[in-house]
Write a protein that binds this ligand. Structure first.
Ligand code: HEC
Length: 97
């Protein structure tokens, strides 16, 4: 059941990302790009993948712009897919806010 929900919500995100943003929800509480579920996955991936070669970095040690560059060099090292790269980035940035 949980898996079906995950697939369904992921599909919804894919569809949403292809749709022009005509009506923006007024109460935008969460991060813009990822669902809470994707951020939770990003956290798990971060904890499992990013402490292998060095100490697990502190998400608050760099700003969101610096993290773009760091993730661009670290995601291939951690062998992340593009999706995982995005989720880990969104998790890191979510910690700062
Ligand atoms: C295969 C080994 C490896 C993995 C996996 C890895 N790193 Fe690194 N990381 C390094 C090395 C080596 C350095 C130092 C040299 C460099 O900056 O390229 C580094 C440096 C860093 C730095 C310091 C960069 C700076 O400019 O201060 C951060 C932050 C970082 N990694 C984050 C991450 C994150 C986040 C992940 C998970 C997506 C990750 N690393 C996964 C090898 C790895």
């Amino acid at each position: 059941m949980k898996k079906i929900f995950a697939v369904a919500s992921f599909t919804a995100v894919l569809l949403a990302s292809c749709t022009p943003k005509t009506s923006t929800p007024t109460a935008a509480t969460g991060p813009a790009t990822s669902t809470a579920e994707q951020i939770a996955q990003g956290k798990t991936i971060f904890e499992n993948s990013c402490g292998r070669c060095h100490k697990l970095p502190d998400p608050t040690s760099h700003n969101s712009v610096q993290w773009v560059g760091i993730m661009n060099s670290m995601a291939p090292k951690a062998k992340l897919t593009d999706e995982q790269h995005q989720w880990v980035y969104d998790y890191i940035v979510s910690v700062k806010k």
